[in-house]
Unconditional design. Structure first.
Length: 408
């Protein structure tokens, strides 16, 4: 049926009918509307594109969301494109692909891919993801990755430093550099805005931590980790001191990694910085005793769940201050216990290469290639010697008690 489409005619078509109806507009060739039995009206155009043998039919929209006047304007644009040999459907598909590509190339999209494909398998995945989500994504969320310039990176670092967070600035730069480098290897970027930028120039040299707890501080720590009020952080702090491991290696430890009968703890490679398994000898007089007192199950050894490092440290600091008359000891971190352990081994005469193996540091140079001995006995001796030293500090024998030695 051919008629001049008018608002009155379209309104009449938008009523229930016995049969579907299709009306072609007499005033604009190739434009029309179709009404279903229920009265749903849609506008369309139909024309054979230049250079093609078959006609193309395009739906423009539905009435009344799309009025007749706007539908006729859209029809003219579509018919003009078809007359020029352009298929509007292909134009829209190309535009959709361009929008998708633009969206996929935003910093937020690339950062999410970086987290999922690269970060997730890393030992420190949680901390890296937190830095990317807290410091980087909010800064450049919707910006195309290629539009981020060196000046943008420097501005971020300068702001963090000016707010008094140099270490946060250093971490933000480190993982921004990794993210941009990953994007280059994936073909998403040609040049990284972090190139030729050195954190030492922006933030200053990274200070070396030298904090080691002295004997009086170790005694205070041990007192503070005693009793029910220390049930959460007590075993964790004591085991860190006795075993010299990194905080996450112990904080994410599962019971199935321990063999208390053999006195060993095998940390899987996924949680080791070296990506190699590490066996920790458990001193029978101290570490094993602490572990035996913990509720055993299938989950994490500390509290059944992943320990919250900052909360545990805050509780321990508060308890230590209470025991010292309200005066806190100089600032220290969980990692300082590892440094205290390593320094203590040297004080006790443990050979340097054994002390390094005790904290899972690889041998250097050709020793790493040619010396494949595990030094298990020597390492166990080191751990036992350190445990006895700690216990002599935190629980010394009364002066009047004479230690009897077995006759040789």
């Amino acid at each position: 049926m051919k008629r001049i489409l008018s608002d009155r005619l379209v309104r009449s078509l938008a009523q229930p009918h016995d049969e579907p109806q299709e009306v072609w507009d007499q005033s604009l060739r190739g434009f029309g509307c179709r009404a279903s039995r229920t009265g749903a009206v849609s506008f369309f155009v139909m024309r054979r594109p230049r250079g093609q043998s078959r006609p193309v039919r395009l739906t423009l929209g539905t009435y009344p969301i799309l009025g007749l006047g706007e539908a006729r304007a859209r029809a003219r644009d579509a018919l003009r494109a078809l007359q020029d040999g352009i298929d509007p459907r292909e134009q829209e598909a190309a535009a959709a692909r361009a929008r998708a590509a633009e969206q996929a190339s935003t910093f937020a999209a690339v950062a999410e891919a970086f987290i999922a494909r690269h970060v997730a398998s890393k030992r420190t995945a949680r901390s890296i993801e937190k830095i990317v989500r807290d410091k980087l994504i909010p800064r450049w969320r919707d910006r195309p990755l290629a539009d981020i310039r060196r000046a943008d990176v420097i501005a971020l670092i300068d702001e963090l430093v000016d707010r008094g967070h140099p270490e946060a600035a250093r971490q933000a730069f480190t993982y921004a550099r990794r993210l941009f480098g990953w994007a280059i290897t994936r073909g998403l970027l040609e040049h990284a805005p972090t190139d030729h930028v050195h954190p030492k120039d922006l933030i200053g040299p990274k200070p070396f931590r030298r904090r080691v707890l002295d004997d009086s501080e170790l005694a205070l720590l041990w007192r503070a980790t005693d009793g029910l009020e220390a049930a959460y952080f007590g075993p964790y702090a004591r085991l860190l001191l006795l075993l010299g491991v990194r905080r996450s290696e112990l904080g994410r430890a599962f019971w199935n990694e321990f063999d208390l009968a053999a006195g060993t703890w095998t940390i899987p490679p996924g949680r080791m910085k070296s990506d190699e398994p590490h066996t920790v000898p458990l001193s029978s007089a101290a570490a094993v005793e602490i572990l035996r007192l913990l509720p055993q199950g299938r989950g994490y050894i500390i509290g059944g769940g992943a320990i919250h490092y900052a909360r545990a440290k805050h509780q321990l600091d508060r308890r230590m201050a209470e025991l010292s008359g309200g005066k806190a000891i100089p600032a220290w971190t969980w990692h300082d216990l590892r440094r205290t352990f390593r320094t203590g081994l040297s004080r006790l005469g443990i050979a340097p290469h054994i002390a390094e193996l005790a904290i899972a540091h690889r041998q250097r140079g050709l020793h790493r290639v040619y010396d494949q001995h595990k030094y298990d006995a020597e390492k166990r001796h080191a751990f036992e010697t350190w445990a006895r030293h700690v216990m002599n500090i935190v629980a010394p024998l009364p002066d009047k008690v004479a230690v009897l030695r077995k006759a040789m």
